[in-house]
Design a protein. Structure first.
Length: 247
C-alpha cells in the first residue's frame, strides 16, 4: 500500500487531512478530521450511505460532534462508485442507482473489507490516534459494507450500525457476519423505512453474537439521523471508547 498525501488544512480547531491509499489497482480517497491535541485520541471510522460520499452530511454531522466536542478523530473514505472514486461529481440519485447495481451484481464486499483494513492501517500510524480505541459508525450502505468489515477486524471496539436488512438481494451473508460480532453494537432502525422491512432489519440484529447489543427504533423513513438520534450515537460511542471503559 502506498499513501498519496495532500497538505492538511485547519478550520475551527480541526485539522483535516486528505489522502489516497493505493490498494492493489485502486486509489481509495480518504479524509481524516483530527483535533488540536497533544495526546492520542480515539478514532471513529464512518461509512457513508448509498447516495453520499466521504464528506456527506451524515459524516460531517458526526465530525462536528466527536471532533469538536470530544476531541476524537474521525475518518471516512469514498465507497465504490461514490465521490472521488467516480472521478466526477454525480447526483445522489445517480450514486444510489450505481450502488444498487453494484450490490446486486455481488463481489464488492470483500474489496471494501480490504480497503477498510488498509485505510485503518494507515490511520493508526498517525501519532494523533489511539489504536486501542477504534469505533465504527455506518448506516444503510455503511452497514452493508461496514458489518462484514467489523466482523473480521479485531481492532474495532464498538459499532453503530443499522438501516439495512435481509430483504435486499445478497444480504443474507450479513447474518453470518453478524454471528461473528462480539463487540458492543448499537443498531438504529427507522420504523417507517421504505427501503428495508422491519423483519429483515430485526433478523440482522438478532444474529449479532454479542451480549451487549441494543436496538434504537425511531419514527420516520430512510433518512440521516436527526439531533435526537445523533445524540444517542454520540453517547454510545463516547461511552464505549472512554478511557474508563478501556481500562
Amino acid at each position: 500500500m502506498k499513501n498519496i498525501h495532500h497538505p492538511a488544512s485547519r478550520s475551527a480547531g480541526i485539522r483535516e487531512k486528505n489522502f489516497r491509499c493505493e490498494i492493489q489497482d485502486r486509489l481509495v480517497p480518504v479524509t481524516a478530521w483530527l483535533p488540536e491535541r497533544d495526546t492520542p485520541c480515539p478514532l471513529v471510522l464512518v461509512g457513508h450511505g448509498g447516495s453520499g460520499h466521504k464528506r456527506s452530511q451524515l459524516v460531517l454531522d458526526i465530525v462536528d460532534v466527536l471532533v469538536k466536542r470530544h476531541g476524537y478523530a474521525v475518518a471516512a473514505m469514498d465507497g465504490p462508485v461514490h465521490g472521488d472514486r467516480q472521478g466526477a461529481q454525480t447526483s445522489p440519485e445517480a450514486a444510489r442507482a450505481a450502488f444498487r447495481t453494484l450490490w446486486e451484481e455481488g463481489g464488492s464486499v470483500e474489496t471494501m473489507i480490504a480497503d477498510w483494513n488498509e485505510v485503518l492501517v494507515c490511520l493508526t500510524g498517525f501519532e494523533e490516534v489511539d489504536s486501542a480505541r477504534i469505533g465504527y459508525y455506518g448506516l444503510s450502505m455503511g452497514t452493508a459494507y461496514g458489518l462484514p468489515f467489523v466482523a473480521q477486524q479485531t481492532g474495532i471496539r464498538a459499532a453503530v450500525l443499522g438501516m439495512w436488512g435481509t430483504c435486499r438481494v445478497n444480504s443474507q451473508r450479513l447474518l453470518e457476519d453478524a454471528s461473528k460480532v462480539h463487540i458492543p453494537v448499537l443498531f438504529s432502525v427507522q420504523w417507517n423505512d421504505e427501503l428495508f422491512t422491519r423483519h429483515g432489519q430485526f433478523e440482522i440484529f438478532d444474529a449479532f453474537a454479542t451480549s451487549d447489543k441494543r436496538m434504537h427504533i425511531h419514527p420516520g423513513g430512510h433518512v440521516d439521523p436527526d439531533a435526537r438520534r445523533l445524540a444517542e450515537i454520540e453517547h454510545f460511542l463516547t461511552r464505549q471508547l472512554s478511557p474508563e471503559n478501556h481500562a
